[in-house]
Design a protein around this ligand. Structure first.
Ligand SMILES: [Zn+2]
Length: 407
């Protein structure tokens, strides 16, 4: 997995330009007009999207004023039902019929991912305007594709990062607090995943990326609680920068060599359960970090992972990140559904296999139901047995298979 210095390295490190400030959108007109005159504006319009990103119409009115002042001929389109192949096909048609020369994505992570991939497919420049700090999707040269029902399918590496990122604090401040909490969870995963997949890499830029991930984690540990108490404050802005910008830097510097591991694999598996759709990306990923640490504890006897998990549980408590399936709204899923999510997370191409040991679905299921278990001093094998017997007990309960209470 280590990149040799002689092989060709292709990196998409950062957006060409970042405009950041309390009224950044208001001041972004010229920079947008510099990129094109017939923008297609892509956002979400369904109820579910409106939670994370608010309806396209409301947001567009703020953007509209900016575009009109520059006399740009824009058209609005939604990525509903999801960031999926179907939506992209109809958006390509919309871009063609509008003769778009620029794509603008406004909204949450899925709006960003859709706009970036659409621009990539149409070979057009792209502007990202995130309306929440829930992910670093406004920064990265990567898009996740989901099914029309919202199940994760695959990701696409784009040929570059966005041409312009507009990070408007006053826009982000109107998003529900829960989105920033989710963004903190997603950003935290950078350290827990990059240190496992690339912690021993000798490659200069990867060492840099992994160290930035540690710095990011420390900033979040130190500032998140204060930031959440005072939205709009200086410390809040620093945490927004951490989740939207610094998290993006790490993905950019680390590139394909610095990929996700089990936390995102668990997220990907969970997206296949309908009941998980109300939980935000970063909430599922945050829970996935605990599952990953639990796997390291159980299968590797890793005591560092055990204490890292205890540290995270305390932090999650403090800021309100979910620690269990129950907290994700998945307390009533069946054993069959848990197995389905675990099997998807363990498929042969899954990043879970970047862990330095093998994982099978049964082991993952045991980890998924024991994220809050106290640290045991016993050997890893007996820990696993205890978690497995918990699963067996759930299975044996009358009515299990319909509504077994797994957490
Ligand atoms: Zn993520």
């Amino acid at each position: 997995m280590n990149q040799s210095p002689t092989s060709l390295l292709s990196l998409t490190v950062a957006p060409t330009q970042v405009l950041r400030g309390p009224q950044a959108l208001e001041q972004s007109g010229e920079a947008i007009a510099h990129l094109g005159h017939r923008p297609l504006v892509v956002g979400g319009n369904s109820l579910r999207d409106s939670f994370a990103s608010r309806p396209l119409a409301t947001l567009a009115s703020q953007l509209q004023t900016v575009l009109e002042r520059q006399k740009l001929n824009y058209s609005l389109a939604s990525y509903s039902p999801d960031c999926s192949e179907t939506s992209l096909a109809s958006l390509r048609a919309a871009a063609t019929s509008h003769q778009a020369d620029l794509i603008i994505g406004i909204g949450g992570g899925k709006a960003m991912d859709t706009a970036k991939l659409l621009a990539h497919q149409c070979k057009l420049p792209v502007v990202t305007i995130p309306t929440s700090a829930a992910t670093c999707a406004a920064w990265t040269g990567l898009s996740n594709i989901y099914s029309d029902q919202g199940a994760f399918q695959y990701d696409v590496t784009l040929d570059r990062c966005p041409d312009l990122l507009v990070l408007d604090y006053s826009l982000i401040q109107t998003a529900p607090k829960r989105t920033l909490i989710a963004g903190i969870g997603d950003a935290l995963a950078k350290w827990y995943e990059a240190s496992v997949s690339s912690g021993s890499s000798p490659v200069t830029l990867i060492i840099a990326a992994v160290q930035q991930a540690r710095v990011l984690r420390d900033i979040l540990f130190q500032k998140s609680a204060d930031a959440l108490k005072e939205p709009g404050s200086e410390v809040w802005q620093e945490v927004v920068d951490a989740t939207v910008l610094l998290a993006g830097v790490i993905g950019g510097l680390g590139g394909a060599q610095c990929r996700t591991v089990a936390a995102h694999a668990v997220h990907n598996g969970l997206t296949h359960l309908r009941a998980a759709h109300d939980a935000l990306h970063g909430e599922k990923v945050a829970y996935g970090i605990l599952v990953q640490l639990r796997l390291e504890e159980m299968l590797q006897g890793n005591q560092l992972a055990a204490s890292a998990r205890q540290q995270l549980l305390k932090f999650y408590d403090e800021i309100g990140l979910p620690q269990t399936l129950d907290a994700l709204g998945l307390g009533n899923i069946t054993l069959a559904e848990l197995r389905q999510a675990a099997e998807i997370a363990c498929n042969p191409s899954s990043d879970i296999h970047r862990l330095p040991f093998q994982v099978v679905p049964e082991q993952l299921m045991a980890a998924m139901v024991s994220t809050t278990t106290p640290v045991e001093r016993t050997r890893s094998q007996s820990t696993l047995t205890a978690a497995s017997s918990l699963l067996l007990a759930a299975k044996a309960e009358p009515g299990a298979g319909k509504e077994s209470d797994l957490q």
